[in-house]
Write a protein that binds this ligand. Sequence first.
Ligand code: IPE
Ligand code: IPE
Ligand code: MG
Length: 243
Amino acid sequence: MGDSPDTTQSSGAGAGGDRASGRARHVAIIMDGNGRWAKKRALPRALGHQRGVEAVRRLVRGLEPMELDCLTLYAFSSENWKRSETEVDDLMNLMRKFIKSDLREFIENDVQLNIIGDWRSLAPDIVAMLEDALAQTANGKRKLAVALNYGAQNEIARAAARAAENGEITPDSISANLDTAGLPPLDLLIRTSGEIRLSNFLLWQAAYAEMLFVDTLWPDFKPEHLERALDDFAQRERRYGGR
Ligand code: IPE
Ligand code: IPE
Ligand code: MG
């Protein structure tokens, strides 16, 4: 670390990597573009979401050689409830199907599932499935965090309220109460589909994360795209406000 600075945000902002970025430990992805992928092919949006799930599966299967400690995926935002009832239902059903079909593989591949966001207010059967999946993967070594019914402003407000209950509100006490508290500091945040915004994702954690916006629509995203992103990350110089 040498002259690597900021120790004030140990679990939040600046403690992520060395000055020369090197290996990323924690990458987060805003998986965007399912709808446009479908539209380009005159297919229903639901099919775009289905292909999006396949992209997730493909990526998780291809993760091992990348030696990440944690991959965080934005799957459903607290604002996504604004979509039509049919689309929300489709997304929830895909989630049910995905947990059922892929949990065994997670366990076999040493994946530890984490969930961030207000997921306990999802449908009771989904909450029960997720609780079971969390328990069954608790000993996994490689963290996969899924953001479900997630909104960063809500996460920060909840964290601040908990911090206040237990003492002082400080950057460290907020960090320690975020949903991501058990995850490594965020190194790299990727958004697919060409949109250049954060859409209420990891606002606190991204304080000193590197960002990468790619045009690829999420269903087309392959492990090679992540490998390329990690190479790009390794070339960056993180300065954390230092010289
Ligand atoms: C991302 O794809 C999936 C979710 C937000 C659940 P979109 O559905 O947002 O796709 P676009 O942005 O309409 O193309
Ligand atoms: C962000 O994408 C949420 C997820 C990828 C789950 P959106 O498609 O919801 O974001 P906006 O509406 O374009 O900002
Ligand atoms: Mg979108």
